[in-house]
Design a binder for this molecule. Structure first.
Ligand SMILES: [Cu+2]
Length: 129
């Protein structure tokens, strides 16, 4: 019985750690060298690149540059990640990719912009060697 309890506890701990890793957009300082860095531009009304790929659980540093003339955002709603950039501004942020393979919409949540075409896609793909 005791060992079963222990296993359950370890399981709960792992879930808690995974949850913590999933919801922290990080942002700010850090200085971590792990993961990848992606430079994305947003403007009227596009993202460049449109498609971003990441490995499950990978840390992704985003440098989001507003190349347009009005405010734009970079939102991955599924993981509560959002960057807001004023015209000419580059905003940095870090998110942890979901642990499961799949696709997640990226969009600009300034009213009308998604409809106008500011949509991208985050694809989480397991590395296949
Ligand atoms: Cu926009």
């Amino acid at each position: 019985m005791a060992s079963r309890k222990k296993l359950l506890l370890i399981g709960l701990l792992m879930v808690a750690i995974a949850a913590l890793a999933a919801c922290g957009p990080g942002g700010g300082g850090g200085g971590s060298t792990t993961g990848q860095t992606i430079n994305v531009e947003g403007g009227e009304f596009f993202y460049q690149p449109v498609d971003i790929n990441a490995k499950p659980g990978e840390r992704v540093n985003v440098n989001f540059k507003n190349a347009g003339t009005v405010e734009h955002t970079f939102v991955i709603k599924d993981i509560n990640f959002k960057l807001v950039a004023q015209p000419g501004q580059t905003v940095k942020g870090t998110f942890t990719a979901p642990s499961a393979a799949g696709t997640h919409e990226i969009h600009c949540d300034v009213p009308g912009h998604t409809e106008a075409g500011m949509i991208g896609k985050l694809t989480v793909v397991a590395a296949n060697n």
